[in-house]
Structures are given as structure tokens and as C-alpha cells.
Design a protein around this ligand. Structure first.
Ligand SMILES: Cc1cc2nc3c(=O)[nH]c(=O)nc-3n(C[C@H](O)[C@H](O)[C@H](O)COP(=O)(O)OP(=O)(O)OC[C@H]3O[C@@H](n4cnc5c(N)ncnc54)[C@H](O)[C@@H]3O)c2cc1C
Length: 284
């Protein structure tokens, strides 16, 4: 279908974009890579009067080192983030997830910030950013504010970004030396995950010293598998050491039921993927 007719602006700065948002209120829609927005407009699930394209705002692109943090501009395409050396060295979980995100074309057009702002419960970047304790920098007419990952994902397709605000960058604390793995379960290639598990693990002398585990599509937002994380600490980084902890993966989750599998099936898959992801992250 062809979208309902809309006006289009492509501001050159965040300030101009914010002032366009303030002027048009909820009649406006921000566009990043357009990979999720345009299908929504074509299906006429949304019909904004004006689309504000962030594509010309250079300050929103790029990756930089900021001491103990890596900063990823919201408009940086998935393909750039996924092949960046700094990200690979200090936040290895992110490229591991991007490797499995959609296909090469979408990874070149879609952006890191766009995917996170879209907040699809099946999105592959939510759980990794949650696991790594990312901070989300959001600009509004009153200045910028920073939201912790735990508070960013509010509900189904809903984040802490207000209607008159723009996500400008994502700050990721360095996890240098941590092992990482993203285990994604799909029926066919290039699909959204039925369930996926993001694991970051620090191993000391064969024992798991710290573990962070996140779940994709096990509820309306990405979730931390905190029971698993606690149970893993002090365990040997072996199949036997990880098995019992991984079985707790579905604790406190509320997975959906759909044509790809019902909630019980997803709970089972979450346990299996957690065991695989943690073992791979631990290098076992
Ligand atoms: C066929 C297909 C398969 C896909 N498979 C996967 C997959 O397996 N895993 C996965 O994770 N994703 C998948 N995606 C989605 C892909 O990751 C998109 O890139 C992403 O969801 C949206 O990014 P975008 O930059 O294109 O944002 P857009 O589509 O431009 O925007 C998405 C939404 O976020 C808002 N927004 C965007 N940027 C900002 C910002 N800076 N501040 C405030 N609001 C903003 C927009 O207003 C819009 O509501 C798939 C998409 C398609 C079309």
C-alpha cells in the first residue's frame, strides 16, 4: 500500500529537529533508517502529517571512546556498529547480536538508535544494551537527560523517549575482557527472534566471577534473567556448572504465544538458549 500523503523535512541539526517536533506535536514522526517506520506507514498503521528525517544530522552518527564508556550515535547504521573495532573489543555482545539482525540491506539502512527507539519486543538490540547497562541520552527542548537501560524500555513498542524528544546517543560501559554471546532462535534466516538470549560473562581461573544474561521476546520488553545471573556466580565455567542455573531462565517472564510457539514452548527454549549462550560466552 502507498502511505497517506505527508510533508517531509530533513533538518541539519538536533535543535532544528526538536523545533520541528515542537511545532507539529503528535502530527510529526521522526525517521531514522526508515526500516520499521516505512512499513508502518505503508500499512497505514500510522499517518503522520510530517516526517522529520534525521538522516542529515551528522552529529548523530559515529562511535567514540569516552574513557570507560563507548558512545554510539543514534543514527549510526547497524553495519557500522557491527564492524567497529572499539565496540568489538569493549562491548563484544553488540556485534554478536548485530550479526544476526535482519539481512545485510537492513543492517546498512537501519540504525542503532532507531531500532532501540522502536522497542520491538523481538528487537535484537534491547537485551544486549540492557545486559551491558547502557545509558540512553535523550534530547528535548529543555536540554538533554540520561536514562538507564533498566528504565528505558517501558512496554510494547514504548520507551522513555517523550513525543517531543529525540534519542541522540547510547553510552555503553566498557566490558573489556568479558566473554559474550548472543544465541538467537529463528525458524528461517533473517527473521525476528522467536526467543534470543544475550550473555556476558567474566571468568576468573575457570570460575564464573560475574554474569549478565538478557532475554529477547520473553515479555513486552527485554528482560534480565536475574535468577540465572545470581546462580551462575561461583560456578565452574563448564556444562555441568551452568546447567542448573540456565533452567531458571524463564523465572518471572511473561512470554507471548503466537504461530511460532506458545508461552510454554518459549520458556523451554529460553532455558536451552541460556545454557548455550552462557557456555559460549564463558569460552567453554
Ligand atoms: C524485513 C525486516 C526484518 C527485520 N529483522 C530484524 C531482526 O531480526 N532483528 C531486529 O532487531 N530488527 C529487525 N528489523 C528492524 C531493523 O532493526 C530496523 O532497523 C529498526 O527496527 C528500526 O531502525 P531504523 O533506523 O530503520 O528506524 P525507523 O524505522 O526510521 O524508526 C523506527 C521508530 O523509531 C523512532 N525513532 C527512530 N530514531 C529515533 C530517534 N533517534 N529518536 C526518537 N525516535 C526515533 C521512529 O519515529 C519510529 O517510530 C527488521 C526490519 C525489517 C524491515
Amino acid at each position: 500500500m502507498i502511505p497517506v500523503q505527508f510533508d517531509y523535512v530533513a533538518p541539519a541539526t538536533v535543535e532544528e529537529a526538536l523545533s520541528a517536533l515542537a511545532q507539529h506535536g503528535d502530527e510529526a514522526k521522526i525517521m531514522a533508517g526508515g526500516q520499521s517506520l516505512l512499513p508502518v506507514l505503508r500499512m497505514r498503521l500510522n499517518a503522520p502529517e510530517i516526517v522529520i528525517d534525521l538522516g542529515k544530522i551528522e552529529s548523530l552518527r559515529g562511535i567514540r571512546d569516552d574513557g570507560d564508556t563507548i558512545v554510539i550515535g543514534a543514527m549510526t547504521p547497524h553495519a557500522v556498529v557491527g564492524s567497529d573495532q572499539l565496540v568489538a573489543e569493549h562491548a563484544a555482545l553488540i556485534p554478536k547480536a548485530i550479526e544476526h539482525l535482519a539481512d545485510a540491506q537492513i543492517r546498512h539502512r537501519g540504525t542503532f538508535g532507531g531500532a532501540l527507539a522502536h522497542a520491538d519486543p523481538g528487537g535484537d538490540l534491547g537485551a544486549p544494551t540492557l545486559v551491558l547497562g547502557a545509558q540512553f541520552v535523550i534530547a528535548g527542548s529543555g536540554g538533554t537527560r540520561t536514562v538507564e537501560a533498566d528504565d528505558f524500555f517501558v512496554g510494547l513498542f514504548e520507551t522513555a523517549i517523550g513525543e517531543d524528544e529525540i534519542l541522540t546517543e547510547v553510552r555503553i560501559p566498557k566490558h573489556t575482557g568479558w566473554g559474550a554471546h548472543y544465541e538467537k532462535f529463528v525458524r528461517v534466516a533473517h527473521q525476528w527472534p522467536i526467543v534470543a538470549v544475550a550473555a556476558a560473562v567474566r571468568v576468573e581461573g575457570g570460575t564464573i566471577a560475574e554474569a549478565r544474561v538478557g532475554l529477547t521476546n520473553m515479555g513486552s520488553t527485554p528482560l534480565r534473567a536475574r535468577a540465572v545471573e545470581e546462580a551462575l556466580v561461583g560456578q565452574p565455567a563448564t556444562a555441568d556448572g551452568v546447567r542448573a542455573a540456565a533452567e531458571m531462565a524463564a523465572e518471572g517472564t511473561n512470554p507471548p504465544s503466537d504461530l511460532n510457539g506458545d508461552a510454554d514452548y518459549r520458556r523451554h527454549v529460553a532455558g536451552v538458549l541460556t545454557r548455550r549462550a552462557v557456555l559460549a560466552a564463558a569460552g567453554a
